[in-house]
Every structure is written in C-alpha cells, then in structure tokens.
Design a protein around this ligand. Sequence first.
Ligand code: FES
Length: 118
Amino acid sequence: MPKVKVDNRPEADFDVQQGRTLLMGAKEADVAWRAYCGGLALCGTCAVIVVDGAFDKPTETEGYFIEGWGYHPGYRLACQARVVQDVTVVNCADLGFEQDKVLAAWKAACDKLAIQAD
Ligand code: FES
C-alpha cells in the first residue's frame, strides 16, 4: 500500500490504497484535509505540491485548473490526483495559501525534481 508523507505536517502521514485519490486516502485515514467543494475540482483548497514520487496524469479538468494557477508542473489537486506509488507532498492549505510560501515550496520541489520552474 503506498505511503503519503506530508512534508509540512508530519503527523498527517498515512497509507492509501493504490488508485484512490489523495483526498479519499486522507479521509479514510481520518486525516483532516481542506476540501471546500467536496472534491469537485472547483475550489483548489485541497491543493498540494508534489515533492517526491508521482501521481497518475491530471485529468483535463484538473489540468485546466492547475495550468490556470500557473504552478504546473508539480502542483496537484488532492481530490483528483490518484496515488500510484509512495509520494511526498506539501499541503498548500497548511501554508495558508500565502503566495510567497507556496511559490517557495513549489520552486524547491521543482529544484528537487530537476524541473525548470518558469
Ligand atoms: S476539494 Fe475543491 S478542488 Fe479539490
């Protein structure tokens, strides 16, 4: 069973069944996770930055959302991203959605993954 490590909230690490969304896994593990739209890819409150590992490919709806925010690649919606292997993420809600903190975490993740951040 894949493991989810939440870099900025170590007490929130949990295991998730492969193929479940990150949000489903958090709920099943009784880990609090903001998701104001209930998982419909409408609000962005569930967003994470992928620090290590990978999820499945974004759906068209999710891709449109994350491209619009300008944090692609490495930025995913927990309600849409399906876990396929161990992953480490940063929970953006826990950063208070402060743009400088989110941008710094995203750039650090891009550096670690050797992705060019534009
Ligand atoms: S819960 Fe609203 S976008 Fe994921």
